[in-house]
Design a protein around this ligand. Structure first.
Ligand SMILES: NC(=O)C1=CN([C@@H]2O[C@H](COP(=O)(O)OP(=O)(O)OC[C@H]3O[C@@H](n4cnc5c(N)ncnc54)[C@H](O)[C@@H]3O)[C@@H](O)[C@H]2O)C=CC1
Ligand SMILES: O=C(O)[C@H]1O[C@H](OP(=O)(O)OP(=O)(O)OC[C@H]2O[C@@H](n3ccc(=O)[nH]c3=O)[C@H](O)[C@@H]2O)[C@H](O)[C@@H](O)[C@@H]1O
Length: 438
């Protein structure tokens, strides 16, 4: 099938590449000339494990193309995916200007029946708005379908190729058939395509992200309570997560959820509810708690150094909002770094992938190091903000001799408390016993 993907950012590139992988011919369109030039030259523009190999193979097989020209990109396409940004507007609602602009441009360009698919995360009613924009200029039949994307950064290829489910919102039998054919290779494992109307599909996406953010936040509050009553959140997590009604995943407490989606989507759903005079109280609490949670460990840092942080140096392990990505959008690390800089701390940062992105916004306000050990050398403490696998089993002997202060603030609960006791580090984590060190 011939497919066009408009917007070649994170979702667009994964979507385009994965659709090419099953034999479709895909043209990705983007207005960013530099990005398209790189992609045309065979250079991938995002860091995503496993994607580069598929990207290169499909370019070689002449199934994956890139252009800045919308008319050229959508020529003969049976399906056009819109994978455009929906950032928060000033009032917290999703800003639809990118989607509606492209919808406006598409109308006069359609030359045959086409399915236009909202892949972006968009509020209820967007499919209707996109339909109206296209209909204003279109001379042919078309349908607008909602097909929200559930992939996670870092495991995006697996999530796309073997999704738990595919949600397709359409009331058009013609569009339904085309979408069913397209997705058939991805749901072979028995995972379903769930068909519903457009509005329900749009809401499903926000409900899923907001529920997951709520689940994490609930566990963060349990962790905070554990600290006050002397319980261990790891034990509690295992105790509740083994109940199959609750499930083990997304129960890991830490320094709050971040990324380009949970924060903006929770806010957008709360705003959508407000627009129809519904006060979504749980979501207000989730946002409040997450805001505090992000810098909760800073209180521990201040306490440990008796309020005197000026002139201290802290090694920062992990800058991306989660491991296996270079994405730093809404990364809790950045909030903690800002808080420490304000106290006069020197920050010595290391991240396996995200340093270049952080340099772009923080410049020389902090120092950057190639390895976690270089960052730790001579520092007064380590602060862990992202659970990259290489931080899980560090060489404690080496740290013992290079780290000046034997203190670790761990926002991701990476280490066993007994090991930390044996190693003699002062160790502060989330929802667990404080180890005072030797
Ligand atoms: N990043 C993620 O993990 C996920 C994101 N989503 C949703 O998917 C949507 C896209 O997100 P990302 O891919 O992260 O965004 P992004 O910001 O990485 O990429 C968007 C791309 O659209 C391009 N663009 C803007 N205006 C354009 C136009 N008029 N014509 C052609 N291209 C244009 C930009 O240049 C950029 O390359 C958002 O609604 C997001 O909420 C959904 C699931 C996962
Ligand atoms: O709409 C989106 O863009 C995507 O948003 C999330 O994916 P992503 O933002 O890539 O990352 P997650 O793995 O969900 O993590 C989000 C944040 O929650 C935090 N988290 C996650 C899980 C957990 O147990 N605890 C926890 O604090 C992570 O550290 C991270 O900061 C969803 O998981 C995807 O299904 C969705 O498609």
């Amino acid at each position: 099938m011939k497919i066009a993907v408009v917007g070649t950012g994170y979702v667009g590139l994964v979507t385009g590449t994965c659709f090419a992988e099953t034999g479709n011919t895909v043209t990705c369109v983007d207005i960013d000339k530099e990005k398209v030039k790189k992609l045309q030259g065979g250079t991938i523009t995002i860091y995503e494990p496993g994607l580069e190999q598929l990207f290169e193979r499909n370019i070689k097989q002449e199934r994956l193309f890139f252009t800045t020209d919308l008319a050229e990109g959508i020529k003969d396409a049976k399906i056009i995916f819109l994978a455009l940004p929906t950032p928060p507007g000033e009032d917290g609602s999703a800003d639809l200007k990118y989607i509606l602009k492209v919808a406006d441009d598409l109308g006069p360009l359609l030359s045959d029946y086409t399915v236009i698919v909202d892949k972006s995360t968009v509020p209820v009613g967007t499919a209707d708005k996109v339909h109206a924009k296209i209909a204003a200029h279109a001379k042919v039949d078309f349908d607008v379908v909602s097909n929200p994307e559930f992939l996670r950064e870092g495991v995006a290829v697996e999530d796309f190729m073997k999704p738990d489910r595919v949600v397709i919102g359409t009331t058009s039998p013609r569009a339904r058939k085309i979408m069913e054919t397209l997705y058939a290779p991805y749901v072979r494992q028995g995972n379903p395509i769930i068909f519903m109307d457009e509005r329900s599909a749009e809401l499903t996406k926000y409900a899923a992200n907001s529920f997951l953010a709520t689940k994490i936040t609930f566990m963060n509050e349990i962790a905070n309570l554990c600290e006050l009553v002397g319980a261990d959140v790891d034990a509690v997590r295992k105790g509740v997560g083994t109940d199959s009604r609750i499930g083990k995943r997304f129960l890991f407490p830490g320094i709050g959820y971040g990324g380009s989606c949970f924060p903006k989507d929770v806010q957008a759903l709360a705003k959508s509810a407000q627009d129809v005079q519904y006060d979504f109280r749980i979501l207000r609490s989730v946002m409040d708690v997450n805001e505090d949670q992000k810098t909760r460990l800073i209180a521990r840092v201040k306490e440990h150094f008796k309020g005197n942080l000026k002139g201290k140096s802290i090694a920062f392990w992990g800058l991306s909002f989660k491991p296996h990505t270079d994405d730093i959008r809404e990364a809790p690390a950045l909030y903690n770094i800002e808080a420490l800089l304000q106290e006069g701390v020197t920050v010595r940062a290391h991240d396996p992938e995200a340093i270049e992105n952080v340099k772009r916004i923080m410049g020389d306000k902090i120092q950057y190091f190639e390895t976690p050990y270089d960052a730790a050398e001579g520092a007064d403490a380590i602060f862990i903000s992202t659970e990259w696998p290489e931080f899980r089993t560090p060489d404690f002997e080496k740290l013992n001799s290079t780290l000046k202060g034997k203190v670790i603030f761990d926002g991701r609960n990476l280490y066993d408390l007994e090991v930390m006791k044996d190693q003699g580090f002062a160790y502060f984590s989330i929802g667990r016993e404080v180890i005072n060190g030797k």
